[in-house]
Design a protein around this ligand. Structure first.
Ligand code: SF4
Length: 402
């Protein structure tokens, strides 16, 4: 499919909207009351710290809702307001946050149901409205919806669209896109649908494997098996790694994306020589500012003398997991939770480990004076962060009173 031509025709369609409906002011007030927090504003005003009883909270200087997420949520609210009685669907969670998605359901914005592991678009009628979430949708999904003639409200973050443009450029010059991301993540699924040839690498270890294959060859079958779910159909590592360009899932660790880019640049330089590098490698600039700012703020925060870290965000939120990884690598006791309900008591906390397992840990809240670092992923409203801070204060106060 000529994905570029398809996108052009979609964007010219009268059923397509990516700018909202002019209800920004009303929606802003509603969002403010549902998601903002006075306490968090106070902490910001006090240089991102707050002391109460035995607890000192250190908040990351950049955390929570990024503008892309705020924009997507606001557009979803506007859509409901603009089409008060139409059936509204969304192709995926609008963002990776349980409370926001719950709110969508209360507003009768329904998820496209899954049948046998596939989305069942047969439920969508041509009079319906369908929202595409912040991390986008695959070109195939967009085509199904466009063909149905339903109204499409596209909240895809412009940073994600920028990555799609990058892989389109690779495709135009017949380069393979090496995408740093998780092959199952909706954003990467969408990005790869716009790419020509592509290979998705999860981390440096996988990138090193690819680099080694480029330089020294290797076991072709093993390669294909390893990346069976993470490459374009018919991918041939012996011929499709001669010209490569880099792209990424916008929420991966920035430093790691850069390292992968540098590694592949060095690899191509070593294989083809410095004068030929431009014929074999295209660099990139697709790291989202918001992800970068949150990761930089986290790196600063973990320099404090912290007794523990709480990282708040959806359990399927990639950018939250990256923040958790930073704390983990520093050896700080760190708990990734998605809502205040995970703080079961002053003794017990339920949290997600980097492995994806959800476990319960005993004695998570140390005795005496404690310094607690707090951050949250790009899809977490300030209200959720406020609830967590209030609960930590309350739990410590209970211990003091005992
Ligand atoms: S994290 Fe970045 S790319 Fe993702 S929605 Fe936010 S601003 Fe957009």
């Amino acid at each position: 499919m000529d994905t570029k031509a398809f996108k052009r025709s979609l964007q010219q369609s009268e059923n397509y909207n990516r700018k909202g409906f002019g209800h920004q002011a009303e929606v802003a007030t509603q969002l403010q009351s549902e998601y903002q927090s006075n306490l968090i504003q106070q902490i910001r005003d006090r240089n991102y710290t707050l002391e109460q009883g035995d607890v000192t909270i250190y908040l990351a200087q950049a955390f929570g809702f990024c503008w892309g997420v705020e924009r997507a949520v606001a557009m979803a609210y506007e859509t409901r307001q603009h089409f008060p009685s139409d059936r509204i669907w969304i192709t995926n969670e609008i963002i990776h946050n349980p409370s926001v998605n719950q709110r969508m359901q209360e507003m009768e914005v329904q998820f496209i149901p899954m049948v046998a592991g596939q989305k069942d678009f047969s439920v969508v009628g041509n009079e319906d409205v369908v929202i595409l979430p912040a991390f986008g949708a695959s070109v195939q999904e967009m085509q199904i919806l466009h063909d149905k003639g339903c109204k499409i409200v596209d909240t895809t973050c412009p940073w994600v669209s920028k990555v799609w443009n990058t892989v389109e450029k690779h495709k135009k010059v017949d380069y393979t896109s090496i995408i740093h991301g998780k092959y199952k993540h909706e954003e990467t699924v969408a990005t790869s649908s716009f790419a020509g040839k592509y290979l998705i690498v999860l981390n440096m270890r996988e990138a090193e494997y690819v680099s080694n294959y480029i330089l020294n060859g290797g076991d072709r079958e093993e390669f294909l098996q390893k990346f069976a779910k993470a490459c374009s159909p018919g991918f041939d590592p012996d011929t499709d790694l001669e010209r490569v360009g880099i792209a990424n899932q916008t929420t991966m660790l920035k430093g790691e994306t850069e390292q992968i880019g540098k590694l592949l640049e060095r690899t191509m330089m070593q294989k083809y020589g410095p004068t030929e590098i431009n014929a074999h490698f295209q660099s990139f600039n697709t790291i989202c500012d918001a992800t970068q700012e949150r990761q930089d703020a986290m790196l600063e925060l973990v320099e404090q003398n912290l007794d523990l870290m709480i990282v708040i965000g959806g359990f399927n939120s990639s950018n939250t997991t990256q923040l958790q990884q930073i704390a983990f690598e520093r050896g700080i006791p760190s708990y990734h939770i998605d809502s205040v309900e995970r703080l079961k008591s002053e003794k017990l906390i339920e949290h997600r480990q980097l492995t994806g397992d959800i476990v319960t840990t005993d004695n998570w809240l140390p005795d005496g004076k404690i310094a607690v670092g707090i951050t949250s992923g790009a899809s977490t409203p300030d209200k959720v962060v406020e609830d967590v801070i209030e609960r930590i204060f309350a739990l410590k106060a209970t211990v003091l009173a005992l």
